[in-house]
Design a binder for this molecule. Sequence first.
Ligand SMILES: Nc1ncnc2c1ncn2[C@@H]1O[C@H](COP(=O)(O)OP(=O)(O)OP(=O)(O)O)[C@@H](O)[C@H]1O
Ligand SMILES: [Mg+2]
Length: 303
Amino acid sequence: MLVFVTSDKGGTGRSVTSGNLAYRRALSGDDVCYLDFDFGSPTATGVFDIPAADATYGGLHSYVQGRTSSPRGIDVWTASDRRGLCPPTAVRGRLVLFPGDVGGGEFALTAPAMDNCIDLLLRLEEEFDVCFVDCSAGRSYALDMMLTATADPRLDGICSRWLVFHRWTRQHITAASGLVFGPRGVLQSGAARGHDPESLRNSIRFVRTAVPSADAFGFGELRPSQVAWQRRCDDQLRDMAVRHHLGPSVVLGTIPFEPMLQWREQLITDADVALSHVANPETVGAFDDLAQRLSDEMAWEGL
Ligand SMILES: Nc1ncnc2c1ncn2[C@@H]1O[C@H](COP(=O)(O)OP(=O)(O)OP(=O)(O)O)[C@@H](O)[C@H]1O
Ligand SMILES: [Mg+2]
């Protein structure tokens, strides 16, 4: 399965959340890879705690632009600086990060670049159970590239799913809706590249990230007036999401605001929850639910 992760705005939690989803799926035994197609700012190595030196050359930029015949894949279990990523008893699958090149930037699409991209997706889809593809925010070259690739007959029959990330704010709701339904958005651009609009729409779900609980924002005690105001905001955002076609039927997951992630972009281990208690169990529970719903056919039935 190919899972394309995108967002309109930057800083939505797209990379941290999908990095954790990849990690949870690998911990449950799936072979998983993560492709950093955020060409303008390829920093996914940070989430997996991979030393930057491991990704200086031969990454996805070099591969797509034809400077190497195979991109560098990094085995996260052995290369990560993060201690205790995998409990000794876990039945784990592979977890491989394909980084962008350090210093690589955006580049225009060419036919050879498209062919390289399609070959890679075909090869990795066969080799891994789940492939996450982190696309740059907004209407980017990476998004264009993936819409073009998934419309190509060579990818017929391959399960492709799209996750659009947004924070729980007014600007983010408007932006995420615009990215999918608006001018030059995913649906319009996808149709122009040959996608069937209805099946493309059915393959898109939204993920709400860093959603604060209206009762406990996470920074100490709240006054009753603050709690009441936050509840009102939360209600308004729910109404707004429905009006922008981002209502509950198209939401695949909601990730709570997690203080640990506010401080540092990283994978959350079970030990962070159960031993050191630095992360909230609700956050890992939400990652697990979302990771499983990715392949729950009921959650992807036509709308
Ligand atoms: N659930 C959460 N609670 C609190 N902070 C979070 C949460 N998820 C992500 N963050 C933090 O938000 C910031 C942005 O996250 P991230 O880098 O994943 O976003 P992004 O959408 O990939 O951004 P970019 O477009 O710049 O690549 C990071 O500091 C991250 O740790
Ligand atoms: Mg990112």
